[in-house]
Design a protein around this ligand. Structure first.
Ligand code: SF4
Length: 207
């Protein structure tokens, strides 16, 4: 199995291809790199170029939101989809205003759209966040389908839950990037649990 995380020496980063470890995929799967190179010769190559240019132009200067705008401008993406979580509705409005003030058209859809009860998914009352109360299910498929209908050029994920983002990505016609992921415990900064693993040790164990 590919396991770059355990490489430890990362010679690919510096072009030192004579130092590749034995289980390096560059040694075991050379055909993959040929396929990838061929794909970059098609439309994916343009996106890769735009991404690299944005990375270089704003390196350690631009926040991700600026990078998304710069990338979209280079790629010619004018109509941006913003699927967002109810918990980030204030942020969604703020982001919409920033995007619009920079000339983008924004179509936003909140996760609770459709207002379907969680029971429709087969959930039991005791499986809800607040048993005994009405809880609308998150509806990432409807979010994706609505943005597909709007023909967005790219969809920018804002705080969808784990799994809901999975479904949105599955159903979205447009390419996707992520502004923020949902992590209620860390202020939507999931790596905080890694950086402060001594505090999160118990919480990072499956029971
Ligand atoms: S050298 Fe090979 S194994 Fe190491 S990080 Fe690069 S691709 Fe992965």
């Amino acid at each position: 199995m590919v396991n770059c995380a355990k490489c430890g020496i990362f010679p690919c980063y510096k072009g030192e291809v004579n130092k590749l470890p034995t289980n390096c995929p560059m040694k075991t799967c050379p055909d993959i790199y040929e396929k990838a190179s061929a794909a970059y010769q098609e439309s994916s190559g343009q996106l890769a170029c735009h991404s690299a240019r944005v990375e270089a132009a704003g390196y350690r200067v631009w926040p991700r939101l600026r990078e998304i705008m710069e990338f979209s401008r280079l790629a010619g993406f004018k109509r941006l989809g913003l699927p967002f979580c109810v918990g980030l509705r204030r942020e969604a409005l703020a982001v919409t205003k920033i995007l619009e003030s920079n000339g983008f058209e924004v179509a936003s859809v909140m996760c609770k759209t459709g207002s379907r009860p969680k029971e429709e998914l087969g959930l039991l009352d005791q499986e809800k966040v607040r048993p005994g109360q009405y809880e609308a299910m998150c509806n990432p498929i409807a979010q994706a389908l609505l943005l597909n209908k709007t023909k967005t050029d790219i969809n920018v994920l804002l705080g969808l839950c784990v799994g809901h983002d999975t479904l949105f990505i599955k159903y979205s016609d447009a390419p996707i990037t992520v502004l923020a992921v949902k992590d209620r415990v860390t202020g939507h900064n999931p790596l905080a649990a890694v950086y402060a693993s001594h505090y999160f040790e118990q919480k990072l164990k499956l029971t």
